[in-house]
Design a protein around this ligand. Structure first.
Ligand SMILES: Cc1ncc(COP(=O)(O)O)c(C=O)c1O
Ligand SMILES: N[C@@H](CCCC[NH3+])C(=O)O
Length: 434
């Protein structure tokens, strides 16, 4: 049998996979396939465990921020903010979505390594509480735009702490050779702080770092906290400014396979908070307000994708291709990172997973695979295939490649389901064509 690791998943008396009490085969029938399904309960449970950790380890002096790039839509913004989280956005589009969902500007943190003037204006016009400045050019541009609008923008500085986390090279961001942020070691980040503190239309409120994504160990996070507090302290000592906040980013690993061995996030929280207290005591400085910015660990395991199995091509001594009605257009992660996934036949979930399959999409591309060497139940055309842990970076990275309409997204809770993003239609695909 396939190992079902998320608490929102189960197998019912018919041997069907369920999510938040909904039979996945019934969801596939009601809404069609492919579809993304997200468990609201699971998202809420994880949000709560983060907020409880903040209460426990920081006495509430800080807050988790949901990194909405993992999965951004209006309902998701509503769900996470109703649980007390702030929202991080990384583009004008994500910012607009959060605002449309009713998130107040003050609860939004705006990231991005190359924000346009238009995006910065949108942020200032909506009183975004924390614009995370990536580089000198952006700092000057923002000061000018804020000045023209008679505003003072609250900013943090995105710092590269020089930490090389062990994860896929495409999703590592804290090392010196990175397009993100201001370098710590060369003094670039300190110089940016000095410059910002002299500006009339920005207010420097904090520092930010993010070392990468799907990180399984806690040491790089603990190290990053220590290094960042070193800069915080240097700014205090040499520039006589005690910054209000420190954002240590996201990046906590989740299950994609049964064998994935990552540290549960409350353990990160415990060790990082202990290091922060120790370092602050050593420097004799006040504890800044602490933020973290998880995306994947909030929504990743809460989501699955459902497909209908199409043709099956068994090539003797080569491999078995099991074609599905989705592909790299709605989940490009295998094509990009050869990322692992657990797959199963949802209508045969209690049977042995003794068939080795390559799950192939329907795009015109040989690399359009969702998984290779997947151990699934013996498939037949018309079966429902479920791919687990697709809540993060699937819908948000989807495209219309081959003019495939992006699938709908369904939210489920306590046996009930509702559409939170409508599936695109062919008319949607030609809407902007002239
Ligand atoms: C600046 C920033 N914050 C937060 C995140 C969220 O990371 P994750 O989804 O791995 O928690 C990312 C993505 O890696 C990021 O670039
Ligand atoms: N999109 C990536 C991670 C990048 C995280 C955002 N900085 C993934 O699917 O794993």
């Amino acid at each position: 049998m396939v190992y079902i690791y998320s608490p929102c998943l189960n197998i019912n008396e018919n041997g069907h996979l369920t999510i938040s009490g909904c039979d996945t085969t019934a969801l596939a029938k009601q809404y069609g396939t492919p579809i993304y399904v997200i468990s609201e309960e699971e998202v809420r449970r994880i949000c709560r465990s983060y907020t409880e950790s903040f209460q426990k380890y920081y006495n509430g002096n800080g807050r988790p921020i949901y990194a909405s790039k993992a999965f951004n839509c209006k309902e998701m913004c509503r769900v996470v903010t109703s649980e007390g989280l702030d929202v991080e956005v990384v583009s004008g589009g994500e910012l607009y979505t959060a605002l449309q969902a009713g998130v107040s500007g003050g609860r939004i943190h705006f990231q991005g390594n190359n924000k346009s003037s238009k995006e910065l204006e949108l942020a200032i016009d909506n009183d975004v509480g924390d614009i995370v400045v990536d580089n000198f050019s952006e700092l000057e541009k923002l000061n000018k735009i804020a000045g023209e609008k008679g505003a003072i923008a609250n900013i943090s500085l995105r710092v590269k702490p020089g930490i090389d986390a062990h994860t896929h090279e495409f999703i590592r961001t804290g090392q010196v050779d990175s397009k993100f942020g201001l370098d710590l070691e060369s003094g670039e980040a300190f110089s940016a702080a000095k410059r910002a503190l002299k500006m009339d239309n920005v207010k420097l409120i904090g520092l930010h770092c993010h070392i990468g994504s799907q990180i399984m160990e806690k040491e790089p996070f603990v190290h990053a906290a220590e290094v960042m507090l070193g800069l915080h302290h240097r700014i205090y000592k040499e520039l006589e400014v005690e910054l209000e906040q420190l954002n240590l980013g996201g990046g906590f690993g989740i299950h994609y396979l049964e064998t994935d061995d990552f540290i549960p996030y409350h353990e990160y929280m415990q060790e990082v908070s202990a290091k922060i207290s120790e370092v602050c005591a050593k420097y004799g400085i006040k504890l800044p307000r602490i933020y973290i910015e998880p995306g994947r660990s909030i929504v990743g395991e809460a989501g699955i994708t459902l497909y209908t199995v199409g043709n099956i091509k068994e090539i003797p001594n080569v491999r078995n291709y099991v074609a599905i009605d989705g592909g790299m257009y709605e989940n490009p992660r295998y094509a990009l990172y050869q990322s692992d996934y657990t797959c199963l036949i949802a209508n045969k979930a209690n049977r042995p997973a003794d068939y080795v399959a390559t799950i192939a999409g329907k795009c015109c591309e040989s690399g359009d695979l969702i998984q290779e060497h997947a151990h699934i139940q013996s498939p037949e055309e018309g079966d429902i295939l479920a791919v687990l842990s697709t809540g993060a970076y699937n819908y948000s990275m989807a495209s219309n490649y081959n003019r495939n309409p992006r699938p709908a997204c369904i939210m489920v809770s306590q046996g009930e389901s509702r559409v939170i993003i409508r599936g695109e239609t062919y008319e949607d695909l030609v809407r902007n064509d002239l």
